[in-house]
Ligand binder design. Structure first.
Ligand code: TMP
Length: 227
């Protein structure tokens, strides 16, 4: 009769190693990327793995995440607001973010929790900046007012080309998603240049691959960066 040892037991697929789970306490991690990158699916999976590893993660989404933030989200994504100016749009994202940072993110970090955000300032830099044309310094100045010193420990960018992304999008597109191929190409470039200019705080994951492979890259990348 054979006896199984710990070594023989294959690690549960998708499980977080104990040292990574420890390193994630009080960390602020952002999941970001173009529409259709699959970041939200990966985020759900990551949160499940974090809970299974004994963490109590705080999940936030942008725009939204608070009562007033959800109202701002509705205004931003509504087709009826087509004549909204770019600066108004950028400041609404920042207003929603200011509320989220003060009401939810800071208290969670102070309590030692892992905070995982679905989008953050990196989205505004990519969408309203690189794709929309607003100067980066204006966005950074507004972000400074909205977030102060609360900046992510790591921004994970789920990178995907615009053609692959388009095949994954819901046919009922919202106002942001329906802006067209050229716009989304600039969005992607915006993310890539953020990675390029600050490699320490960004992790690129190739999101054109299948769900399991993407998750594996994510966990490996986090382990390399944080442990
Ligand atoms: P999501 O629900 O898929 O994250 O979509 C939110 C949309 O809002 C998405 O098209 C990206 C856009 N967005 C911006 O343009 N700027 C921002 O700062 C944020 C947070 C989102």
């Amino acid at each position: 009769m054979s006896h199984q040892t710990d070594k023989d037991v294959a690690p549960r697929p998708g499980a977080l190693a104990p040292e990574l789970a420890r390193a994630l306490r009080s960390k602020f991690i952002v999941f970001d990327g173009p529409d259709g990158s699959g970041k939200s699916t990966q985020l759900r999976r990551f949160l499940e793995a974090a809970r299974a590893a004994g963490l109590d993660p705080c999940e936030v989404r942008e725009p939204g995440g608070t009562q007033i933030g959800e109202k701002i989200r509705a205004a931003l994504l509504d087709h009826l607001e087509e004549d909204m100016t770019l600066r108004c749009e950028m400041l609404l994202y920042m207003a929603s973010r200011a509320q989220l940072v003060e009401q939810t993110i800071r208290p969670a970090l102070a309590a030692g929790r892992l905070v995982v955000a679905d989008r953050f300032v990196s989205s505004t830099l990519a969408y309203q900046g690189a794709a929309g044309g607003l100067p980066e310094r204006e966005i950074r100045a507004a972000a400074n007012i909205a977030c102060g010193h609360t900046t992510p420990d790591l921004v994970v960018i789920f990178d995907v080309d615009e053609d692959t992304a388009a095949t994954r999008l819901n046919p009922l597109l919202d106002r942001m998603e329906s802006k067209g191929r050229e716009y989304h190409k600039r969005v992607r470039q915006g993310y890539l240049s953020q990675i390029e200019s600050d490699q320490k705080h960004h992790l690129r994951v190739d999101a054109s691959k299948g769900e399991d492979q993407v998750f594996e890259q994510l966990v490996t990348g986090l382990r390399q960066r944080l442990t």
